[in-house]
Write a protein that binds this ligand. Sequence first.
Ligand SMILES: [Zn+2]
Length: 513
Amino acid sequence: MRKIDIFDTTLRDGEQSAGINLNTAEKIEIAKQLERLGVTIIEAGFPASSPGDFDAVNRIAKTVKNSIVTGLARCVQKDIDATWEAIKVAEQPHIHVFLATSPIHMEYKLKKSPEQVVEQAVEAVKYAKKLFPLVQWSAEDGFRSDRDFLVKIIGEVIAAGATTINVPDTVGYASPQEYGALFKYLRENVRGADQVKFSAHCHDDLGMATANSIAAVENGADQVECTINGIGERAGNASLEEIGVALHIRKDIYPFETGLNLKEIKRTSQLVSRLTGVVIQPNKAIVGRNAFAHESGIHQDGVLKNPETYEIISPALIGEDEVPLVLGKHSGRAAFRDRAVKMGYDLSDEKLNKAFAEFKKLADRKKEITEDDLVTLLTEQQVLIEDVPLYELKSVQVQYGTENIPTATAVVATPAGDIATAASTGAGSVEAIFNTLEQLVGGTVNILDYRVTSVGKGRDALGEAVINLRYNGYTTTGRDAAQDVLEASAKAYLNAINRQLIQASIRAQQPTV
Ligand SMILES: [Zn+2]
């Protein structure tokens, strides 16, 4: 069977999309999970774009061993140098350089003639090849480029040393027939095409990203670029889980092997959704909450008699089977640690103790501790950065009645080491809390988005609040989970503020590149 490499760009193209900002600890957590999922290549970021991105790519290159780690670079020396500095520690250093090739991009964005574009691409690839054994070159807006120009520039870039050629549909305009035909044409006409790997990179503006990616594979692409939950610029990128599962379920017509460990899909999807704050639409293929739910009576009856009547994918395939509950109120620390290790967490003793204390508190208030609850608790600890002084919610109290003006009182430990108290009213309980916290953190806070969801099922499920806010000119997303949604909301608010303090300290420590 032909091997198709999965190139995951959740941390680059995905992270680039509106409203998402992950800190380094969170990016490392996602990268480790992508490695567990078995992706071939992880695009960890754009090292030359900011010190924070440089740091994250560098740390991921040091941490991940079983997937190749790459970073994005423009076709300029300083980008290639920064990427080398970030990635040289990796086992197989890989760089992804790109340059636009469509008439509209060359004329208006680059203000360069086609000849100048060829020259710049060739120079950059030659320079990159001196440092990196693996050099991927992308023709940005490749699908809207002139075919014969593509044949020419790709031939020259291969001669300069590129090992992978990516032909993206940057604006999500292609149909499957056209995109497949383009790969066939390039494979047949580019000089040296048999010496390199071709790669597809699709966006979902017309809802065809998955279909286009598979059409490319059928026509000679040996790599597809995609993101978890399909997050990414505008309508998003091709979704990894759709491609992985489609190739598996329809292996009768797609005889390809991806090397993905499909059982890790559910967990990867949930982790990315939780850390980015991007909710998964309920009817999303493969990973949506309702992807395996049968509502109509006729369907339910059929599935009970034989699941295959209406189910083409078993939930167990993507790791959605219920894990037997072994932890409860009386579980000890050793059992808790054992379970955390089995779930793939690697926490320091101090973080494990904190997670265990949270677990005990929760077990007192909630009958059943689910796998989802544990993932929430353990991930919170895992991504916590300890050495920056932060705000901490000590208590919050809300006076609410249908006939009264809601009033909140909050006590907060400040980064300066003080304990501060404030009270305020609001049109509702949540607004009263937010108004109170705004007084405590000082400055103006604009709430851009706010959502509360439940973690798992049942009336005693944990409530998770996600809040996107603007403070001191920066936008961050905070989140937290608690038994009560008001407490979760207050903690999520402070989490968003704290993330700015953490980012500021990273900015201060990092040398500029
Ligand atoms: Zn893209």
